[in-house]
Design a protein around this ligand. Structure first.
Ligand SMILES: *[C@@H]1O[C@H](CO)[C@@H](O)[C@H](O)[C@H]1NC(C)=O
Ligand SMILES: *[C@@H]1O[C@H](CO)[C@@H](O)[C@H](O)[C@H]1NC(C)=O
Ligand SMILES: *[C@@H]1O[C@H](CO)[C@@H](O)[C@H](O)[C@H]1NC(C)=O
Ligand SMILES: *[C@@H]1O[C@H](CO)[C@@H](O)[C@H](O)[C@H]1NC(C)=O
Ligand SMILES: *[C@@H]1O[C@H](CO)[C@@H](O)[C@H](O)[C@H]1NC(C)=O
Length: 442
């Protein structure tokens, strides 16, 4: 593998203009090339002095010739003066073993060399996906499209990840877990023998997310806004404040907007609601259920032209303290319940080792219910996340294996049955003896 890696470096250095050069003059050479690209392979120093040669793969003779003449498969070219063959538009089926045979004037095969051509899809569009875990560690996955045999490497602020930053995964895996409050510029690079791709992202520490403040875009008619009970909602009413005078009016089922001139805040009836004219937002603080409803906004431009717009506000209690409760069932299955305090319209989502639960793991329930039953012997790290429009919380648990008590029960049943049989037999035996005795004595 080391030898292959060394070769890889050489190849990259020699390649130019998308063509990959490979020296095939040594027996057993490895050549890596990009899918759709061109590979240039030096087969020999030159054809001068060589009576006859052929170069083939397992099925096809690609090149054959004499000192002065040659024939070629299409997609290929050959330069006799330096013994270099090129193949363009490479596809996966071009991968494999290639053999060069050299013959003397009597037609005897005097030399034979093989090389391995490996065509790989290049790595493309590398992406980083981050996810916060229970103890506020951050799980980061590095994903790439295509790319055969990808190798990963990570850096944080330009240096390799250290043990004080990594909780799990190594610097060479595509999924890592960063310890709590690790921040900086994280980069993942993905490479195979023929290409390299990378992606960088600023990582900020995971925070418990129970929004006391939610943002809503109210610039479109019919906007749906959500706020957390007791929290604040910041509603953007207009993007372009320049053409709008300080007039905002309107009404709603629960709140009347009233305009006050020459004041950067337009006060609503309640003191906890105000309008910030400098950026066109409305802020409603200390939200309660009575704030729910439809709002009608009247916006006047400087010509006094009025625009009407509606907006719907819904307040939700945030989700808090998620708990996972597990219970072993008789045949080794495990029932797991995901419980959360508070939280309106909670939505559940399960994952096992970072993947959505599949039918091969689930006996009943699905990935969006709050109670699931797992098949026996499913190991790993189970995560239940609960979210609604204003909050997000999760809990995780390392699964243990439930014992299959049904075997025990079956054995017990078996023993009990045996014992009952024995007792019944004994009874009849005794009776028989008694009868015999009675019969004999009578
Ligand atoms: C072989 O010759 C061609 C044509 O002169 C040249 O373009 C190419 O770079 C040469 N290749 C090597 C490996 O010397
Ligand atoms: C042999 O080479 C031909 C022409 O390049 C190609 O079409 C074919 O798939 C190759 N077969 C194998 C087994 O490598
Ligand atoms: C609210 O405003 C609309 C449009 O100006 C008006 O038609 C409606 O009667 C008003 N409703 C209330 C309850 O004031
Ligand atoms: C508008 O200004 C207020 C007060 O400074 C601020 O809280 C709010 O986040 C701003 N909104 C936007 C969208 O920048
Ligand atoms: C928020 O509103 C509630 C009633 O809905 C009130 O009891 C509480 O004092 C308010 N809190 C603040 C900080 O204004």
């Amino acid at each position: 593998m080391k030898a292959v890696f060394g070769l890889f470096l050489t190849l990259l250095r020699l390649s130019n203009a998308g063509n990959i050069y490979c020296d095939g003059r040594e027996d057993g050479a490895w050549c890596f090339a990009a899918l759709g690209g061109t590979v240039i392979i030096q087969l020999m120093n030159s054809t001068s002095g060589i009576t006859k040669y052929e170069w083939k793969n397992k099925t096809t003779v690609i090149l054959k010739g004499t000192e002065n003449n040659f024939t070629l498969q299409n997609r290929s070219c050959f330069i006799p003066s330096n013994g270099t063959v090129g193949i363009k538009n490479l596809n996966m089926t071009d991968s494999g073993e290639y053999t060069l045979n050299v013959f003397d004037s009597k037609g005897k095969n005097v030399e034979s060399r093989t090389l391995q051509l490996i065509v790989q899809a290049p790595v493309s569009s590398v992406q980083l996906v981050t996810e916060c875990l229970t103890q506020l560690e951050m799980k980061v996955s590095c994903l790439s499209d295509g790319g055969d045999s990808p190798q990963y490497s990570w850096t944080l602020d330009g240096h390799k990840l250290t043990d004080s930053e990594l909780l799990s995964g190594q610097s060479e895996t595509n999924v890592i877990i960063l310890k709590q409050s690790v921040t900086g510029r994280l980069a993942c690079s993905v490479g195979n023998q023929i290409s390299v791709g990378s992606k960088e992202q600023n990582i900020s520490a995971c925070k418990e997310y129970t929004a006391s403040e939610t943002h809503c875009d109210g610039t479109e008619d019919g906007a749906q806004c959500f706020g957390a009970l007791g929290g604040a909602v910041i509603i953007q009413l207009t993007n372009n404040i320049s053409g709008i005078s300080d007039h905002i009016g309107g009404n709603s089922t629960s709140l009347i907007l009233s305009a006050k001139d020459n004041n950067s805040f337009l006060n609503f009836n309640q003191s906890r609601s105000f309008y910030v004219s400098s950026n066109g937002t409305v802020i409603i603080e200390n939200l309660s259920r009575t704030d729910d409803g439809q709002y009608i906004l009247e916006i006047f431009d400087s010509e006094g032209q009025k625009t009407l717009r509606t907006l719907h506000l819904t307040t939700e209690a945030p989700v808090s303290s998620v708990q996972l409760v597990s219970e072993c069932l008789s045949q080794g299955q495990m029932k797991v319940s995901c419980l959360s305090k508070g939280g309106d319209s909670p939505q559940y989502n399960w994952s096992l080792n970072g993947n959505t639960l599949s039918d091969s793991e689930l006996l009943s329930g699905h990935s969006e219910t709050n109670i699931i039953i797992l098949r026996p012997n499913i190991p790993g790290r189970l995560v239940c996340s609960v979210r609604n429009q204003v909050s997000y919380a999760l809990e995780e648990k390392v699964l243990f294996v439930c014992p299959d008590t049904s075997l025990l029960i079956h054995s017990l049943l078996f023993v009990t049955t045996l014992l009952s049989c024995a007792v019944i037999c004994l009874y009849f035996q005794l009776r028989k003896n008694k009868c015999n005795r009675e019969f004999v004595t009578s």
